[in-house]
Write a protein that binds this ligand. Structure first.
Ligand SMILES: NC(=O)c1ccc[n+]([C@@H]2O[C@H](COP(=O)([O-])OP(=O)(O)OC[C@H]3O[C@@H](n4cnc5c(N)ncnc54)[C@H](O)[C@@H]3O)[C@@H](O)[C@H]2O)c1
Length: 267
């Protein structure tokens, strides 16, 4: 018996789920969810070619996966994605909100349109996903929503003001949604990843100086893997977390506890 027997998931930001290639968080979630008994998974993203390839890769392994185009700031596209889950599988048990973009300039140099776009994808995307999926989640017995924030919501840096601010917004929204949907049995939680090698961070990971500058601030001494983040997302999405709602879990190798300070070896 698997933890997700007969269950169905909708995942955003899920274009990187091809077996043997670098995965994103939703990609790693898709594979583990299906390996643990999932009935079906709806991968969504704006990168249609990569998304279709990801769904085909899961199907080739014998899993029922489908790709649906979804720009997370568009309400009508959310409705269409949920209809895919309803029509194909008849239910919805897990929503993972993982779509995201980052800004990398100083506040002075950030155009307002870039600020708005980052805020929109993070905050409006999570709002719309919750709003549109809550009905089917409730009809399916409650289910769970897991929102991907970031450890960036807990620390301040010289760049990326919109990203850090929008990731903090996800945390407060998570709590409000958890309270509002508790009555229908839907749990809502957030995961705050640290530095993890995915397509999102390749620019930093593949640059030795950028990578090492971060690695030395990680008490565990290495970047995380998409599978390690997926493990926590799926804990929150499973019945193992049946009494867990309105909370947040840092999965950062200890960065925030260490205050971002470099960690010299003690031996
Ligand atoms: N990788 C890390 O180190 C890290 C750390 C903390 C938080 N995060 C967050 O985790 C989430 C998942 O990132 P990942 O690391 O798995 O990388 P990823 O690149 O695999 O996933 C992000 C996906 O979001 C999609 N996306 C962007 N804007 C979108 C929109 N408007 N509508 C729909 N899809 C959109 C992208 O096409 C991409 O496929 C992101 O929200 C990111 O901010 C990542």
């Amino acid at each position: 018996m698997g933890r997700f027997d007969g269950k169905v998931a909708v995942l955003t930001g899920a274009a990187s789920a091809v077996d043997g290639e670098l995965m994103g968080f939703s990609g790693a979630v898709a594979w583990r969810f299906m390996r643990e008994g999932g009935k079906g998974v709806v991968l969504t993203d704006m990168k249609d070619e990569a998304g279709e390839k990801s769904a085909a890769s899961l199907r080739k392994a014998g899993f029922d996966a489908v790709y649906s185009h979804l720009e997370v700031t568009d309400e009508s596209q959310w409705k269409a994605a949920v209809e895919v889950a309803r029509k194909r599988y008849g239910r919805l048990d897990l929503l993972v909100n993982a779509a995201g973009i980052i800004d990398r300039r100083s506040i002075t140099d950030t155009p307002v349109d870039e600020w708005r776009r980052v805020m929109d994808v993070s905050a409006t995307g999570v709002f719309l996903g919750t709003k549109i999926c809550a009905g089917l989640l409730g009809q399916s017995g409650g289910g769970a929503i897991v929102n991907i924030s970031s450890m960036a919501s807990k620390m301040a840096g010289a760049y990326g003001a919109a990203y850090a601010t929008s990731r903090a917004a996800i945390l407060q929204f998570t709590k409000v949604a958890a309270i509002q949907y508790a009555g229908q049995g839907t749990r809502v939680n957030a995961v705050l990843p640290g530095w993890v090698h995915t397509p999102f961070t390749t620019w930093a990971h593949d640059d030795v100086a950028q990578r090492d500058a971060r690695t030395q601030r990680i008490p565990l001494g290495r970047w995380g893997t998409p599978e390690e983040i997926a493990a926590v997302i799926l804990f929150l999405g499973s019945d193992d977390a049946a009494y867990v709602t309105a909370t947040e879990i840092l999965v950062d190798g200890g960065v925030i506890a260490a205050g971002g300070a470099p960690n010299p070896k003690t031996k």
